[in-house]
Design a protein around this ligand. Structure first.
Ligand code: M6R
Length: 593
């Protein structure tokens, strides 16, 4: 996820910017850049890759400047696409975090007006818009405000003008914090960037803008000045690098609502903005993936068959490489958050060789998967640092719902209802995050076991598989995911008081059968935790613990139940003292077969 910083004061802005950017490195990035204004000129330096060990970074030491770490979303990682971005004359510089969803139409308009663009980014429209307002006689700060009114999507951006002593920043649905020092001020997307200099901060809210000079700041909303209190941040720099969370995994679980929002923002406008040519003329779909992404595929199969009636197969990428799939008009979909998983890439290569059309769903722009595929759909999760996939899984699911809805043959009204319900999911996930203490206290009872079983039926089955994978990889408890109906065909032999069972029970056609299974499990003395719909009054009579999740359309339950199970796995692993972000023997990106 991009990190932005801005500085105005008495220090050398280039030095402050580079040290602030280093503090934001934990957010993940693929390129970076710094700009300062000095002697009426803007000086910029951009680079692909890590900031690394650059010693004595200097752009000549102006007292006002910007910095940015970029996580590519629109346009590959490259020097040209890195921020800061400039207007035509190189007099206005901007750093931005977020997505400008109407950038195409804005860019087209600006190009028609004579503006020349250099990058592929959505961000570059911002300095050009500011320039066009300045050229019409607006003061710089007013030009920035007017620009913000033209933007749709999510943004926090900071703008600087070569001959102006002010930074102007606006926030809408992306984080932005103002740091208040003595005779100096900082802007950043996250507190660690400024903690070395000040712990006095003002949190900006959506729709607020701030005009900052070395002499002070003014915060405005809808053109009216607002008073906001300064807050003292009690963190050390080390605490703050994980945004105050103890582990990246927990931070990333907490990012789930925003990830769904960003992915919807990208692809769900008045219509579902996914290229329909990807699916034109296909007879069936074959998903290939590994690990958590494989579980997303299983959910994708359920969704597409249910909503679109198109046959879907799902294969472990590593196994697909030994199979002889029948040739047809199959669309092969490789799901991989990293875009670099060797087995998934190999499966995609094989599909290409067999003449099949290949779609990649990935979180990493410019990754190998995107170069192999005929089509790419990006998830908008931002970088994931914890080895356990959490927010990227939820982002993959969000994309799969949109695909299933896009190719659905159900009546438009039903799809509209589903999409409306999908729009309410971020809020429901927030409610689950509010139940963190409750889930953590349930996990205390289970942290001492060495075996656990997760079961479900229908769409509850892949939820169970993913819940079990999360638990085993970070807590080292042996956990199995099973279709509940299969228990009596073998796994019953494992049940008993030492093997708790997590039952993912969904209020759909599978409900009664699941209830029957839960009774069978209880009869074998296994402790049972149910993950259930909050309106389910019955379930508590049959189980030992219930994690009650806000009600939604049953087909959407993977988005909510999975977050509850991510938290459960996290707290169990934490109690067991495991190295949660870097579990033993595992790597974030598995680039060997
Ligand atoms: O980057 P990918 O989605 O292709 O990665 C696939 C698996 O390696 C990954 O999901 C792995 O299972 C995670 N550690 C699960 O949390």
């Amino acid at each position: 996820m991009c990190g932005i910083v801005g500085y105005v004061g008495f220090r050398n802005a280039d030095e402050v910017a580079i040290s602030a950017l280093r503090r934001l490195e934990y957010r993940g990035y693929d390129s970076w850049g710094v700009a300062i204004a000095k002697d009426g000129e803007i000086v910029v330096k951009k680079n692909v890759g890590a900031i690394g060990d650059i010693k004595d970074f200097s752009l000549g030491g102006g007292k006002i400047g910007l910095g940015h770490t970029r996580w590519a979303t629109h346009g590959k990682p490259s020097e040209i696409n890195a921020h800061p971005h400039l207007d035509c004359k190189g007099r206005i510089a901007v750093v931005h975090n977020g997505i400008i969803s109407n950038f195409r139409s804005l860019r087209e308009r600006l190009e028609n007006e004579g503006h020349t663009f250099r990058s592929e980014t959505d961000t570059e429209v911002i300095p050009h818009l500011i320039e066009s307002w300045v050229e019409r006689g607006e003061d710089f700060a007013d030009a920035v405000m007017k620009t913000a009114e033209e933007l749709q999507g999510s943004y926090a951006f900071v703008a600087m003008k070569a001959d102006d002593a002010r930074l102007v920043a606006v926030r809408y649905k992306s984080p932005l914090v103002l740091g208040v020092g003595d005779g100096e001020f900082f802007l950043a997307s996250d507190i660690p960037a400024m903690l070395e200099y000040t712990n006095r901060v003002v949190y900006l809210d959506d729709g607020e803008s701030v005009i900052v000079s070395k002499d002070g700041y003014r915060i405005l909303k809808n053109g009216v000045e607002v008073e906001k209190g300064i807050e003292i941040v009690p963190w050390s720099i080390e605490d703050a690098e994980k945004g105050g969370y103890e582990h990246f995994m927990l931070k990333e679980i907490h990012e789930n609502p925003r990830v769904v929002e960003d992915t919807l923002l990208e692809y769900l406008g008045e219509d579902i903005e996914i290229d329909s040519r990807i699916f034109a003329g296909i007879s069936d779909i074959l998903f290939v993936a590994c690990g958590t992404s494989f579980h997303a595929c299983l959910i994708g199969k359920y969704l597409i068959e249910e909503l679109a009636g198109i046959p879907v197969r799902v294969e472990y990428a590593s196994e697909f490489n030994y199979s002889n799939p029948p040739l047809s008009r199959t669309l092969v979909v490789g799901i991989t958050q990293s875009g670099e998983t060797a087995d998934t890439l190999e499966a995609m290569r094989k599909a290409k060789k067999l003449g099949m059309r290949v779609l990649a769903i990935t979180n990493v722009l410019g990754s190998t998967a995107t170069r192999l595929a005929d089509h790419v759909i990006y998830t908008r999760a931002g970088p994931e640092i914890g080895v356990a996939a959490t927010k990227t899984f939820i982002a993959q699911l969000t994309v799969l719902y949109l695909i299933a809805a896009k190719i659905s043959n159900l009546p438009p009204k039903e799809i509209e209802e589903l999409l409306n319900e999908l729009r309410s999911i971020p809020q429901k996930i927030r409610q689950i995050l509010d139940m963190e203490d409750e889930i953590s206290s349930i996990s205390e009872t289970f942290a001492g076991y060495e075996n656990m079983m997760y079961v479900g039926r229908g769409i509850g089955y892949p939820i169970a598989l993913e819940g079990a994978l999360k638990l085993k990889e970070i807590s080292y408890i042996h956990a199995e995911g099973y279709p509940a109906g299969e228990l009596k065909h073998g796994p019953f032999a494992l049940l008993g008081e030492k093997t708790p069972v997590v039952a993912c029970i969904v209020r759909d056609k599978t409900y009664d059968s699941m209830l029957g299974n839960i009774k069978e499990i209880k009869a074998r003395e296994s402790p049972v935790i149910a993950v259930a719909n909050e309106e389910d009054d019955e379930i508590e009579k049959f189980v030992d613990y219930t994690i009650r999740v806000p009600s939604t359309n049953p087909i959407l339950t993977p988005l909510t139940y999975s977050v509850a199970l991510q938290l459960f796995a996290y707290y169990v692993a934490r109690l067991r003292g495991c190295e949660i972000d870097k579990p033993r023997n595992l790597a974030k990106s598995v680039t060997v077969e």
